[in-house]
Design a protein around this ligand. Structure first.
Ligand code: ADP
Ligand code: MG
Length: 292
């Protein structure tokens, strides 16, 4: 357990590592999700927006079928790093990515890789739920069609079940997605991502627009999804990182050679190690609430 200060209330809070996570006590000798073979190997990743380097020198592995949390202060490059993993930065004018990201045995940053295909294998869920202005069913079917999967009622049901949404929507599949609550919309977006059978789901602060109950539902869902998928989750909520993740990557901001502020990876480790025995003083300062 680590003591932290809640950013909103300033009240001291306890961070305890998820009971279901690999990082719990006594698991060191057994195979753990955080020790699973890597699905991504990032090597010296750097990202520029125009002439400004936003991220440099990120080198880390992402274990398969586990949850990796990216944490760190605002502006340290968490979203930027996450977007590299499915080439979303290709869509940002002026963005340039350097380094290597091995995904299986291919460098996904290579110009040979089709980013559209890649995004079928590596889905994404954003901070603000962004269902299409269509019915609940059409939201699931649309992504399937785009990815060449025949949408059957069974597949639609399965995706909604996998996202723990089926019971709440089974009688209203023809209704507009926007008629759902925020938490339900976010689970619909997760269902839409799952429906195309990706290997990885990237999530950028998926709960920050949700209330605590909806947040808990998504966190439970994440643990379930990690049995079948690899999850990489950006969160500014350290309790969330402690509750759900197997591995934590802590990013921070440093001055670059040109004197600009640039995001770097300070430390990566199992969730237990990062929260109980961080090796970088900057990680410790952040998780104990002294900075950030
Ligand atoms: N689309 C963009 N165009 C230009 N600069 C950007 C863009 N997105 C992010 N940045 C800059 O890159 C840095 C890292 O941002 P970001 O990855 O969003 O950080 P975080 O997600 O950790 O808050 C910041 O300095 C931010 O201003
Ligand atoms: Mg961000």
């Amino acid at each position: 357990m680590t003591t932290d200060v809640d950013a909103e209330t300033n009240a001291p809070i306890q961070i305890s590592v998820a009971a279901g996570s690999s990082a719990q006590a006594g698991s060191a000798a057994t195979a753990t999700p955080a020790g699973n073979p890597p699905i991504f190997r990032m090597q010296d990743l750097g990202v520029w927006y125009g002439s400004h380097q936003a991220v440099r020198g990120v080198t880390m592995d992402v274990p398969r079928n586990a949850i990796t949390a990216l944490i760190g202060p605002s502006g340290c490059g968490k979203s930027t790093t996450l977007r590299c993993l499915n080439r979303m930065n290709d869509l940002v004018p002026g963005a340039r990515v350097e380094g290597t990201i091995m995904f299986g045995d291919e460098n996904l940053l290579s110009s040979d890789v089709d980013p559209v295909d890649l995004r079928g294998r590596i889905g994404m869920v954003f901070q603000k739920p962004n269902p299409f202005p269509k019915s609940i069913r059409d939201n699931i079917e649309f992504g399937m069609k785009v990815n060449g999967i025949k949408p059957t009622p069974e597949r639609v049901e399965q995706a909604l079940r996998d996202a723990a949404l089926w019971d709440e929507v089974k009688d209203r599949l023809k209704e507009e997605a926007f008629s759902l609550s925020g938490g339900q919309q976010q689970r619909l977006c997760i269902a839409r991502a799952i429906a195309v059978e990706p290997e990885v789901i990237l999530m950028d602060e998926p709960c920050s627009a949700l209330d605590p109950i909806a947040t808990l539902a998504i966190e439970e869902l994440m643990r379930k999804l990690a049995e079948r998928f690899t999850l990489v989750v950006v969160t500014h909520n350290m309790q969330q990182a402690a509750r759900v993740s197997d591995q934590v990557a802590f990013m921070t901001v440093e001055g670059s050679d040109e004197g600009e502020r640039c995001g770097v990876l300070a430390e990566v480790g199992t969730t237990r190690q990062i929260f109980s025995a961080p090796s970088d003083p900057r990680t410790e300062a952040y998780i104990t609430g002294r900075v950030g």
